[in-house]
Write a protein that binds this ligand. Structure first.
Ligand code: F6R
Length: 608
């Protein structure tokens, strides 16, 4: 997490640095800071909290340097106050850092023994002090960094600015992404292309262990051994990196409302409408027909997309699925079959645990297939096959449109697997494709329920605890509903398999706990109604997210019923994502919470 930026420019760069930080704020917003060279001297402005606080500081005390670095922080080491805000500096240099320096204690002890005094609680300060000490010993900036980098352990990206060096920035990538942008007489460093899109469409991604020396004229890249290397320059479609809220109050609202469009776009990419067939990237390095199982790994919402997909792969393709959260999968040392397949799901494509579990699968001789939203990300680049979700940049920290696009791609993949394994015939494939094609329209219809969901959200906002229940594919949707609500409203929420209720959680039910039941009228609907009965019998207040048939049949008193359009049960999770997201969104808005940047969270989780 954390976002870093650096610019060697022609005129004052502070405004550009702030614009890039605005685009990186999704990576963390505990504090922000900037350093520039003012007549060769390092000057910093730093502020606790959101970028707006730093902006206000800069208005009071502007910076005019034409070279600078900036940072937006998601705190790992040290409280999120101004002292711990980046850039960290000595008299010689300033540094911005994303990631963790795992051996910072050891380095700190060594430096302290050498008489260095530390001012902050961060791991980053050791980098500043280490390079500075190298310079005290007579090394120039480039050699001082070259000497320090191999001493740092962990996953990180760094950007350095040096006093008295108005045409030099150094960037280093070791486990966390870093891109270089090329402009006319200006060169840029950034955590991602999104940050650099306002300035340039020419980007080079550093590879693992690379570091780069930036001047106004361009960049010289070196590999982990210090040898000069060439890395490809890519042209990015800057239009695709537009980030504004349109007519919406929040990015999250905009992204929820974009879903019919982006799911439609994703579908068009994977479905041949005329032929009624799913189309996958070709050639695939593995054969679905020969797989004995599929391993899926991901984190958070992406993991829940994987849980939904497990039902699809098992039911449609009769392919056994093993799924685990990436933070466990990577350490379990699970035996994985050589030539088997691991599927990883990630919006950012940079989540450290997901990346590590994918690398583990590769080390076991598995093929890796990634479903990612950022096509230039590390996971996309390192996997054997990439199936992009075409959701466009997702800025709201709570994942919405990326989730529904993940589900769309995963259902297409399960259908293709079924075809390859001979578990569905052409007619069944066409039936499923026809159901998929209805999804954008059904999502648009689901969005028309927003008014009633807004009213329901007022009730939800009074609760201290909320339970979500579901069966079949609605069970992972219950987990996702609870995650969405807790992360942006801070109301305690849990999702349960409806049938598990009586094995413990039912003890929590009383009239103060809303129980949100996700239940389209599918093959398990009646079973879920029995669980709703159990809740009603104990005074629980039920909210049903279902359809008109189910609403007519269950015969129970509910606090509210959100009636979704009738649909094919297979595609229900994609469409039901909409009301689940709207409940969380309106509850949080009603409570006055910061829905786009909820406390303690960041969008791109590049620490373990
Ligand atoms: C929740 C949310 C997170 C992410 C998780 C994985 O709304 O967004 O749970 O899903 O951090 O992130 P990615 O998909 O980028 O790997």
């Amino acid at each position: 997490m954390c976002g870093i930026v650096g610019i060697v420019g022609r005129e004052a760069v502070a405004d550009q640095v702030i614009e890039a930080l605005r685009r990186l704020e999704y990576r963390g917003y505990d504090s922000a800071g900037i350093a520039t060279l003012e007549h060769g001297r390092l000057e910093r402005r730093r502020a606790e909290g959101k970028l707006a606080n730093l902006r206000a500081k800069l208005e009071r005390a502007p910076l005019s340097g034409s070279i600078g670095i900036g940072h937006t922080r998601w705190a790992t080491h040290g409280r999120p106050n101004e002292t711990n805000a980046h850039p960290h500096a000595t008299a010689r240099l300033a540094v911005v850092h994303n990631g963790i320096i795992e051996n910072f204690r050891e380095l700190k002890r060594e430096l302290e023994a050498d008489g260095v005094r530390f001012e902050t609680e961060t791991d980053t300060e050791v980098v500043a002090q280490l390079v500075s000490r190298n310079m005290d010993r007579g090394l120039g900036p480039v050699d001082a960094v070259a000497e320090a980098l191999p001493r740092l352990r962990g996953a990180f990206a760094l950007g350095f600015l040096f006093a008295g060096e108005p045409d030099l920035l150094i960037g280093a990538r070791h486990g966390a992404p870093l891109a270089i942008g090329f402009g006319a007489g200006e060169t840029y460093l950034g955590s991602d292309a999104l940050a650099l899109a306002p300035f340039t469409d020419a980007i080079t991604y550093l590879e693992e262990g690379d570091w780069a020396i930036l001047t106004r004229e361009g960049a010289q890249i070196r590999d982990i051994h210090g040898a000069p290397v060439e890395r490809p320059r890519q042209k990015i479609a800057t239009q695709a990196y537009r980030v504004d809220k349109g007519n919406h109050r929040h990015f999250m609202a905009k992204e929820i409302h974009e879903q019919p469009e982006v799911v439609g776009r994703t579908l068009a990419h994977y479905v041949d409408l005329a032929a009624g067939r799913v189309v996958l990237p070709e050639p695939l390095p593995f054969d679905f027909a020969r797989l004995s199982r599929l391993s899926i790994t991901a984190c958070g919402t992406a993991y829940y997309a994987g849980l939904v997909a497990r039902y699809w792969f098992e039911q449609i393709a009769r392919l056994p699925v093993e799924i685990d959260v990436a933070s466990e999968a990577r350490y379990r040392e699970a035996p994985l079959e050589r030539d088997g397949l691991t599927l990883v799901i990630s919006q950012s494509g940079e989540t450290a645990d997901t990346l590590a579990s994918m690398r583990y699968a590769k080390s076991q001789g598995q093929h890796t297939l990634s479903v990612v939203n950022v096509p230039t990300s590390t996971i996309a680049r390192e996997s054997s096959v990439v199936m992009p979700t075409l959701a466009g940049p997702e800025i709201g920290v709570a994942s919405t449109k990326a989730f529904s696009c993940q589900l769309t791609v995963l259902l297409c993949l399960a259908i293709a697997a079924g075809r390859a394994r001979g578990t569905i015939d052409a007619a069944e494939e066409r039936r499923l494709v026809d159901a998929l094609i209805t999804v954008p329209g059904l999502m648009a219809e689901a969005l028309t329920r927003e008014g009633e969901i807004e009213i329901l959200a007022r009730e939800v906002s009074k609760a201290r605890d909320v339970l979500y229940l579901g069966r079949g594919t609605s069970y992972p949707m219950a987990l996702e509903g609870a995650l969405k609500l807790k992360e942006i409203s801070y109301i305690h929420a849990e999702g349960y398999a409806a049938g598990e209720l009586k094995h413990g959680p039912i003890a929590l039910i009383d009239e103060s706990v809303p129980v949100i039941v996700i239940a389209p009228h599918d093959a398990v609907f009646e079973k879920t109604v029995s669980n709703m009965q159990e809740v009603a019998a104990r005074g629980g207040r039920i909210v049903l997210i279902g359809d008109s048939k189910g609403a007519a049949e269950h015969g129970l008193d509910t606090l509210a019923t959100v009636t979704m359009p009738d649909l094919d049960a297979t595609v229900a999770p994609i469409v039901y994502a909409v009301p689940i997201q709207l409940v969380a969104y309106h509850t949080a808005v009603f409570m006055g919470k910061d829905v786009d940047q909820p406390r303690n969270l960041a969008k791109s989780v590049t620490v373990e």
